[in-house]
Design a protein around this ligand. Structure first.
Ligand code: PHE
Length: 454
């Protein structure tokens, strides 16, 4: 008798609930905080083109593969591989995924903590009257502190754990359904204000006019890492969520909707940020502080800026929360199903371990900024290792698993809901998972890591 025989699995209750939860996982700090700053550091337009290419040729097939694996196996990220490939080393892909959740959530919760600080500042109105050039100083002195950023990080992790404890329907689904649409409306308002600032055209040109001479091999690896990170791929988040999706859901439609939503929101974040970056003379390659410095500047130029600022940072914190719960759920589902823990114990245990690692990420901007490993502070090391190494590598094995191990017949049955749906695109999908995606990931890896130089 297996686990799922005596613990009936919690499921998403509606189609919109599935999309909201998967999009809630995908849309987060990756779109609004990370995408603009990574694009800014890597030359803008050319980065965007490569990014889009990766989303289509690699992101879509990896996402469909993850959903299929999870729904077929009805297990967590690691258990799914064990069940579908008993006695084979494929479960190691799940182990890598668990490691990636730990690393990602440790630095993710640090940044999410920053958003809470900005919520607090909007409430208390400390920004009003701040001069343009002072926002950078304010940001840097905040993140290089000790107790304040740690306090917010802890609070954020506690919130994440609290929702995960409540389970799928009552926790994850309930919150994401309402809050995601609100966030989109807020970003649209910001886009309008930003693009009507004097000097906005230069920012739009930066984002939409590709200059391929500015594209380095690092940037290509960065674009791949960003595509995986932003779509929540390569570490089993969507295998885990896939296991909660009902057997009659059309997986490929869900994949297209979630990826489109994620990509559009990232681009909109770019449209909200870059015109303002140029209008206010901020350096587009500023790094992790980019949105935290740019956005308060835009809000100052808006009627009811204080109110919009509060609303925006609350929604950003929520977007971060719907992603962080999906990260924590990967570990929790594993602890529950494979180590037979109770949901509550599993959640607390995982959250505490991740928070401990997270403290180091937060402190790496302050008292531990001198500690560098491979030339990176701890925060950057976690991000680089997870996003640019573990996720693409995980993605490689996930598509290889579907393409070469599960094979056409089983995959077709899962994706077509046992033959009920027409899947005319199926041969294209198979071609992508068998050849294109693994080959492209390998190539980007070899060049991006400098194993081979052109
Ligand atoms: N996709 C999330 C974001 O863009 C981050 C994330 C990565 C979530 C990996 C789950 C898994 O913010």
């Amino acid at each position: 008798m297996n686990n799922s025989d005596f613990t009936p699995r919690d499921n998403f209750s509606s189609k919109f609930g599935i999309i909201a939860a998967a999009a809630g996982s995908a849309v987060g700090l990756g779109n609004i905080w990370k995408f603009p700053y990574v694009a800014g550091q890597n030359g803008g337009g050319a980065f965007l083109v490569v990014y889009l290419l990766f989303v289509v040729a690699i992101g879509l097939p990896v996402m469909l593969s993850e959903f299929s694996i999870g729904r077929r196996a009805q297990r967590n990220a690691l258990g799914s591989f064990k069940k579908l490939a008993p006695g084979k080393p494929w479960y190691l892909v799940g182990v890598m995924g668990l490691a990636a959740s730990f690393l990602i959530l440790s630095f993710y919760s640090a940044v999410a903590g920053w958003t809470l600080e900005y919520v607090f500042r909007s409430v208390t109105g400390v920004f009003s009257g701040t001069k343009e050039q002072d926002f950078e100083y304010i940001f840097v002195s905040f993140i290089s502190g000790t107790w304040r950023p740690l306090f917010w990080q802890l609070l954020f992790m506690a919130l994440t754990a609290w929702i995960v404890m409540a389970g799928i329907k009552k926790g994850i689904e309930k919150y994401t359904k309402v809050l995601m649409p609100l966030l989109v409306i807020m970003i649209i308002i910001l886009c309008i204000r930003s693009t009507t600032l004097p000097g906005a055209a230069e920012g739009l040109a930066f984002l939409f006019q590709p200059d391929f001479s500015a594209l380095s091999t690092d940037a290509v690896l960065g674009a791949l890492g960003q595509a995986f990170f932003s779509l929540s791929l390569g570490m089993g988040t969507l295998i885990t969520y896939g296991s909660y999706i009902g057997k009659n859901n059309n997986l490929s439609t869900t994949v297209v909707q979630v990826s489109a939503a994620d990509t559009i929101i990232a681009i909109m974040a770019g449209v909200a940020i870059f015109p303002a970056v140029f209008a206010f003379g901020i350096d587009p390659a500023e790094g992790p502080g980019l949105v935290f410095i740019t956005l308060p500047n835009i809000f100052q130029q808006m009627a009811f800026g204080g109110f919009f600022e509060l609303l925006f940072f609350v929604l950003l914190a929520v977007a971060a929360l719907t992603s962080s719960i999906s990260l924590l759920e990967v570990v929790v589902a594993y602890f529950i199903e494979e180590l037979h823990m109770k949901r509550i114990t599993a959640t607390i245990f995982a959250a505490v371990m991740i928070t401990i690692l997270g403290v180091f990420c937060t402190l790496s901007f302050g008292v531990m900024s001198g500690v560098e490993i491979f030339g990176m502070i701890i925060f950057d090391l976690m991000d680089f290792t997870a996003s640019n190494l573990l996720l693409p590598l995980g993605g490689f094995f996930i598509v290889a698993f579907v393409g070469w191990y599960l094979g056409s017949e089983l995959s077709r049955r899962e994706i077509s809901n046992e033959g009920q749906l027409k899947v005319r695109y199926f041969p294209v999908f198979m071609f992508l998972v068998k050849f294109v995606a693994p080959f492209a990931i390998t190539l980007v890896f070899i060049y991006g890591l400098g194993l081979l130089r052109i």
